[in-house]
Design a protein around this ligand. Structure first.
Ligand code: M6P
Ligand code: ZN
Length: 185
């Protein structure tokens, strides 16, 4: 809507989620994360319709546009499969030198990173924490708390998602609850 060339905003941050006409929402159920978790027996006993995370995204340009930016807010619910914390699928970028920012909004998490040599490291996420994810580094987030974890992301519109590499090779280390302590194994 326009009044004298002053436009009203069409996308808002509300309750840690993006809202507005152009916001796209997606949901990942436990059943969508079949090969993500290590403990297959624990996985089989759980309700596959359980919502693990939801992403609301603002994609103001077409996918693959060079020079554009996308933004998303992810809400990752608390829980574990066996001793492994609920986490996002994780991905490299298809255009693999593209970087990304993540930042924590609510809750407690761990950002797990892995380079192309399969070296893994991690960063604590908390409200206000800012994380620069360089190109050629795979990234996934685990919720290590008892409440929902909300984080936001900003990435280039020509980054794309390479899920296939993680689906076939996984991350070289897993974040497990070892006697109450989140530990990279
Ligand atoms: C962030 C961004 C998105 C990503 C989402 C969920 O919001 O990195 O690009 O889709 O997290 O992560 P994943 O795609 O790995 O499931
Ligand atoms: Zn990414």
């Amino acid at each position: 809507m326009e009044t004298n060339n002053i436009y009203v905003p069409e996308v808002f941050f509300t309750n840690s989620c993006l809202t507005g006409r152009e916001v796209v929402k997606s949901t990942r159920l436990l059943g969508d994360l079949e090969d993500v978790f290590q403990d297959k027996e624990a996985f089989e006993l759980m309700n596959k319709d359980r919502i693990i995370y939801q992403v609301s995204s603002f994609l103001p340009v077409e996918e693959d546009t060079v020079g554009g930016l996308f933004m998303g807010i992810t809400t990752l619910y608390p829980g574990k499969v066996g001793q492994e914390f609920f986490m996002t699928k994780g991905h490299f970028h298809l255009n693999n030198d593209r970087a990304e920012f993540y930042w924590g909004i609510e809750g407690e998490g761990i950002l797990i990173l892995m380079n192309e040599q399969r070296k893994v490291w991690a960063e604590r996420m908390c409200p206000g924490s800012l994380h620069y994810i360089p190109g050629k580094v795979a990234h996934r987030v685990a919720n290590i708390g008892y409440q929902k974890l909300v984080f936001s992301a900003c990435w280039p519109s020509d980054a794309g998602h390479d899920y296939a590499t993680i689906a076939s090779e996984g991350f070289a280390r897993r974040l497990m609850d070892v006697n109450g302590v989140p530990t990279l194994l």
